[in-house]
Design a protein around this ligand. Sequence first.
Ligand SMILES: Cc1ncc(COP(=O)(O)O)c(C=O)c1O
Length: 374
Amino acid sequence: MQIQTFKVEEWMNEYEKYCKYDLGNTTVNILSIDELLKMCEIDRKAFWQNLSSKKLGYGDIKGSDDLKQGIASLYQHINPEDVLPTAGAAGANHLVFYSLIEPEDNVISVIPTYQQLYSIPASFKADVKLLRLKKENNFLPDINELKRLANKKTKMICINNPNNPAGSLISENLMNEIINIARENESYILCDEVYRGLNHDGSVTPSVSDLYEKGISTSSMSKTFSLAGVRLGWLATKDKSVLKQCMSHREYSLISCSILDEAVSALALKNADKIINKNVSTINEHLKILDDWVRNEKHVSYVKPVSGTTAMIYYDADIKSKELCDRLAKEKGVFLTPGFCFEEEFCFRIGYCKGLQQLKKGLEIISEYFRQFS
Ligand SMILES: Cc1ncc(COP(=O)(O)O)c(C=O)c1O
């Protein structure tokens, strides 16, 4: 089956090796198991004894009770039985499309976003219309444009809240406007919520699955909980038929998630507040450095992000984003993601939450680089 190259993932795979200053990754404070146990004040020996005595069977096919309880606690109206664990949010997004989208279905997706949201339905031969999130509109969906694109044939609207790469956030009011359009057309809304919980002001935005009966939330342990390596994600929805179809399709590719991943994830979810508070405080500390840099660097501009770990930085130099990021990586060791990966030019995505010194030094090098264009 034909599918577009996953530009962001291909770029990361190829350029990570040049990276001395990591401004490409989108995670924050990645945790080891020891660090997690310390944060959660769990006795290390008891934890490992319990884990190492577990029989390594398939476990609960639909996910352990502890895990589903922990996931449900992140939502207002989602119960454990409304949750289906998957292999990361990437697995959840894929499963939703694989289960619900057929050739000729009409799908609307925002762009820029994680490419899965438009390239997977396109690979299933759906008719995908793109709703561009514009810098001038703070990278938020334009409701009038969405109204123009949507009609009774729209099977699904795909959004990403908070948004990667822009760090923008759809408020509850705006989300309700999107929901009204979806409801009128009986469309599903798939909302990739992998950065939910990382609002910089500490607020929590409701999930689409709490607000809309045909809303499907996908998320994971990767970003908000700093545990990308457990490869544990989920979808959550009040729509029983969606859950049934996803479960039925999941049987063909997963059987169950790893019981080890589930145990670590359940522990983190029980201590969600501690992990999230630490991450939000790190993000704010790093964002201050980035914001000062943007204000003082005459070659760049941005829409200040309000959530998540990334921002889109626009520059005025006459060099395409792929060439700029290629050169910065190979010549200077600064790892960025070119706007080209998001179908946008003269910009790059910065993941600003990796390490404070890396961020400061990386920004300094970018400034030095831009001086040649002054
Ligand atoms: C918006 C978005 N969705 C999904 C994913 C995939 O997440 P996971 O590691 O949970 O598969 C990413 C990873 O970068 C992402 O940024």
